[in-house]
Design a protein around this ligand. Structure first.
Ligand SMILES: [Mg+2]
Length: 176
C-alpha cells in the first residue's frame, strides 16, 4: 500500500502558495519549466480573471529563464479568458490525471521530463497525473474551498497524504 501511495499520490514537495515557489528554488531542483494548474492554484475556482500578483510572479519566473504553461481541466472559455492578456501558453480541458495533456505540455515547452515540474492543488488530478507521466510535482494549498462532494472527498485525501508525508518525512524529488 505504501508503495502505491508513494508512486502515485506523493508530490515531490508541498508549499502554502504559488508565491512560495521562486526561480532559485526551481533551479536548485534543475527545473527550467513549470506547468501550472489554474483553478484554486493561481486564483479561486470562481474567479474568472488573472490578477497583478499572478502576472508579476509569472513574469519574474519567465525573466529568470523559467518557461510557464497553464495546464487546466477548465473549459476553453475559462482558460482563454484567464490567459488572454498575457503571452502565456496554455492547455484547456486537459482531463488530468490523464497523461495526454501532460505529454502535450512537455512537447509544447520543448523540454525533457526531468526539467519540468507540475504545480497544483489537487492530489487526484495534478499530482497523480504528474506521477503517472513521470514528472515531479509541487502541491499547493487550495485558494478557496469548493463546496462539492467530490472536492470534499479529494481534500480529505490530500490532508491525509500531507500528514503522512510530514509524519514519515517522505518528501522527495525524483528527477525522473
Ligand atoms: Mg485546481
Amino acid at each position: 500500500m505504501k508503495t502505491v501511495l508513494k508512486d502515485y499520490f506523493l508530490p515531490s514537495d508541498y508549499v502554502n502558495r504559488f508565491t512560495d515557489i521562486t526561480s532559485d528554488y526551481l533551479k536548485s531542483h534543475d527545473k527550467t519549466a513549470v506547468m501550472i494548474d489554474l483553478d484554486n492554484t493561481l486564483v479561486a475556482f470562481d474567479d474568472p480573471d488573472i490578477n497583478d500578483e499572478v502576472i508579476e510572479w509569472i513574469e519574474t519566473l519567465q525573466e529568470d529563464g523559467i518557461q510557464v504553461l497553464i495546464l487546466s481541466n477548465g473549459r476553453k472559455n475559462r482558460v482563454e479568458r484567464f490567459c488572454k492578456d498575457s503571452d502565456l501558453k496554455y492547455i484547456h480541458t486537459a482531463r488530468k490525471p490523464a497523461m495526454r495533456g501532460f505529454h502535450k505540455g512537455i512537447t509544447e515547452l520543448g523540454v525533457k521530463k526531468k526539467a519540468v515540474v507540475m504545480i497544483g492543488d489537487q492530489v487526484m488530478t495534478d499530482v497523480l497525473g504528474a506521477n503517472r507521466t513521470g514528472i515531479d510535482s509541487i502541491l499547493v494549498l487550495p485558494v478557496k474551498e469548493k463546496d462539492a462532494f467530490v472536492t470534499k472527498f479529494n481534500r480529505r485525501m490530500e490532508r491525509r497524504i500531507m500528514k503522512w508525508i510530514a509524519d514519515e518525512d517522505l518528501l522527495n524529488w525524483r528527477n525522473y
